[in-house]
Design a protein around this ligand. Structure first.
Ligand SMILES: [Zn+2]
Length: 399
């Protein structure tokens, strides 16, 4: 741009037309105001993260946001930039533009495909990474309201645990080619549950997966929310290598205490909370946790009770461990405002359970127990909701 320290005529004219804001090289004031240098992004089905690499720290109180329709406007004070534009290959966000307004004001325009939830925060430079301004965009499914039902049809989401790249519990434990994988057992039982429930005209079954595919946990919650499910039943198989004599079916529901704890923790870390045990991890976003405070624990208990009672009638009584609260390290995947349970159908680490769990006769017994438990729960719901109505009929259509 400069020739012997002087501006050429063309550059001088360019400066005049571009205006004062960009005329002074940004680096010259980099020590005073941070500069937004680059737009990066990453995208998954559950989140699009837009990262603005900055030359210095952007303070929280410099940022103001305004959501108008599909467009999120972000104004950042005490910050500078050059004009930048980036089109995104994302399910949630179309495009990002960064405008320099003046020497210490930047405006960012995030155009989303639909109005979504968003979160904005700054990250410090560390491990060779620069200071960053981060905008996370989440799908808005959590706030979609369900229509009031005028017909007594109940919707249940059956969630076969794990799948695809995530095998869940395996046997033998330290083998690179395990013979038994939890993901296959959970799918087999779940498909049987669906087949049985399909015979009931007043029950609609929605599956989180019907094949051996990986489905992220938030995606599973989204499926339940979008389906406006009346119940969420996650099916798993347990593993307890230290206690090979542990066996049987256990139905878990989230304990309110744990839930409150996870919620406050999520607020502190303001990130996804990952709670793991030996076998599985439940990652929960604070957004999801906030929405889930309305979940009725009473309903989850009633659903769990109904399934346990039914399992006792279908499977050997000794094999039904009953209901447990999810304490300590595990949290059941919560769907906003809906009763949810997680069924551990048996222990892959127990020789007898392991043998049973892969056999179709036992899978069928478990499936019948679970399905009937769901039917009975819905039936009891109708008794409460339609006490004086005789329209509801949960008898089998053809069997
Ligand atoms: Zn599992």
């Amino acid at each position: 741009m400069k020739e012997n320290g002087f501006l050429s005529r063309r550059d001088f004219l360019k400066l005049l037309t571009l205006g004062n804001a960009i005329s002074i090289p940004l680096e010259a004031e980099a020590h005073i105001y941070p500069i937004i240098k680059r737009i990066r992004y990453s995208s998954t089905s559950e989140r699009t993260r837009i990262v603005f690499d900055c030359s210095g720290k952007v303070e929280k109180n410099w940022i103001k946001t305004h959501l108008r329709g599909n467009v999120l406007w972000i104004t950042v004070r005490n910050t500078r930039t050059n004009y930048m534009k980036r089109k995104l290959k994302s399910n949630l966000v179309k495009e990002v533009k960064v405008y320099p307004i003046n020497r210490r004001l930047v405006r960012i325009k995030v155009t989303m495909k639909e109005p979504h939830k968003f979160k904005i925060f700054a990250l410090k430079a560390h491990c060779g990474r620069p200071f960053r301004l981060v905008v996370d965009v989440f799908p808005d499914f959590l706030t979609t309201s369900c229509p009031v039902k005028h017909y007594p049809k109940r919707i249940v989401v059956i969630d076969p645990g794990h799948g695809g790249k995530d095998p869940g519990a395996i046997w033998p434990i330290h083998s690179s080619h395990p013979i038994i994988k939890e993901k296959n057992i959970t799918l087999a039982i779940s498909l049987r549950v669906r087949r049985i429930l399909k015979q009931y005209p007043n029950i609609k079954v929605v599956m989180t997966r019907t094949r051996d595919v990986y489905v992220p946990l938030l995606k599973r919650a989204e499926i339940a929310a979008k389906a406006c499910a009346d119940a969420f039943v996650s099916i798993h198989a347990d593993s307890m290598p230290k206690y090979p004599n542990w066996n049987g079916v256990t139905v878990f529901k989230a304990s309110p205490r744990l839930f409150a704890k996870a919620e406050s923790m999520a607020k502190v870390v303001a990130k996804k909370v990952k709670l793991c045990n030996d076998v599985m991890c439940w990652s929960i976003s604070p957004l999801l946790l906030n929405m889930s405070t309305t979940v009725t624990f009473v309903e989850s208990s009633r659903l769990a009770e109904s399934i346990v009672n039914s399992l006792k009638a279908h499977v050997n009584d000794d094999l039904v461990n009953g209901i447990r609260d999810m304490h300590r390290n595990i949290v059941v995947l919560k769907t906003p405002g809906r009763p949810a349970v997680l069924i551990e159908t048996g222990f892959i680490t127990n020789p007898l359970d392991r043998k049973r769990l892969v056999q179709s006769w036992y899978q069928e017994k478990l499936a019948r127990g679970i399905a009937k438990g769901i039917v009975n729960y819905f039936h009891s719901m109708e008794k409460v909701a339609y006490k004086f109505s005789s329209e509801v009929d949960y008898t089998l259509e053809d069997s």
